[in-house]
Design a protein around this ligand. Structure first.
Ligand code: PLP
Length: 295
């Protein structure tokens, strides 16, 4: 764990404290991001860091260090944890202050990080999703990864109450948007991969990598085309395949959306191929997506 407020890295959980007067705690004024740890390497750290700093700028949080130093601290934190498989999660907060609404009384921007070990294997079994009745965040907030995840939490709980894995949000115009911590994609009957564009939802690092691999599947003739555009619910529900995409799920096939069985109700070949490509990328991808942790 790391906190610049307490002054460095610790492996003692009771030493990792966040002050109650931190603006992220009492006003939700913070942003966060993640990166998977696989075989002692950080996956897509640069891509997640880009989004992290973009979110901080949109949230008017000035990082306490430059990008290079944040990157160095994060890698050192993983190194100190000795964790070889799991995830790294990190936050930038306006920091401790005077309990006011404005953050002008916060005296030091905070950087926090934690390493979470997870030795489980990725599940590729098809799951069920339901349309979320919890309102989607407006684009300004959905496109920035800030700590206000109450709608996401409520959407997930609603899905679980209905025997589903996740809720699917529709945007203000009724188009398919995203899940509570993942993006969505479809494969149409004529083998076109469809993904909702990122203007009203979070620009997923995994989804962007999947798009690159999907272009490869087009070259191999396994897909006809790849389109990032508005996707209607009707198009989605009559697709041959539907999948959830994100750092947590990687690529997870969806076999039922509300009452509609997707395709033949079984995990599809494109989701299967994309999951394998992402797993391979995590284990042996290029240095642009894979940083070795010096333990
Ligand atoms: C709302 C939301 N959408 C999509 C994603 C997927 O993004 P990524 O692939 O970068 O994990 C996340 C991930 O946390 C998310 O919270």
């Amino acid at each position: 764990m790391y906190s610049n407020i307490s002054g460095g890295i610790t492996t003692e959980p009771s030493a990792m404290l966040i002050p109650m007067d931190d603006h992220m705690v009492h006003r939700g004024h913070g942003v966060f991001d993640t990166a998977a740890i696989m075989d002692g390497h950080l996956y897509e750290l640069e891509q997640h860091l880009d989004r992290f700093l973009r979110s901080a700028s949109l949230a008017k949080i000035n990082p306490p260090f430059d990008r290079e130093n944040i990157r160095r601290i994060l890698i050192q934190t993983v190194s100190a944890s000795k964790c070889k498989k799991g995830s790294l999660r990190y936050w930038l907060s306006a920091g401790p202050g005077d309990f006011q609404l404005s953050s002008t009384g916060c005296y030091q921007t905070a950087l926090y990080a934690i390493v979470i070990q997870d030795l489980s294997t990725f599940d590729s079994r098809g799951i069920k999703v339901v349309t979320s009745s919890v309102p989607i965040k407006p684009p300004e907030f959905a496109t920035m990864k800030n700590v206000n995840y109450l709608p996401n939490v409520l959407s997930k709980l609603e899905a679980e109450e209905n025997g589903a894995y996740a809720g699917i949000w529709l945007d203000g115009d009724g188009f398919v948007a995203e899940g509570p911590n993942m993006n969505v994609a479809f494969v149409t009957k004529d083998k076109e991969l469809l993904m909702p564009q990122f203007d009203k939802i979070l620009s997923g690092c995994t989804a962007k990598r999947v798009l690159m691999f999907a272009d490869g599947l087009v070259r191999e003739g396994k897909l006809r085309a790849v389109s990032v555009r508005n996707v209607t619910v009707e198009e989605g529900k009559k697709a041959d395949e539907m999948m959830l995409i994100g750092s947590g799920v990687l690529v997870r096939p969806v076999i039922q959306w509300d009452d509609q069985v997707i395709g033949d109700g079984k995990e599809g070949p494109v989701a299967h191929a994309l999951l394998n490509l992402i797993l391979e990328d995590m284990k042996s991808g290029p240095s642009t997506v894979r940083i070795r942790v010096p333990y």
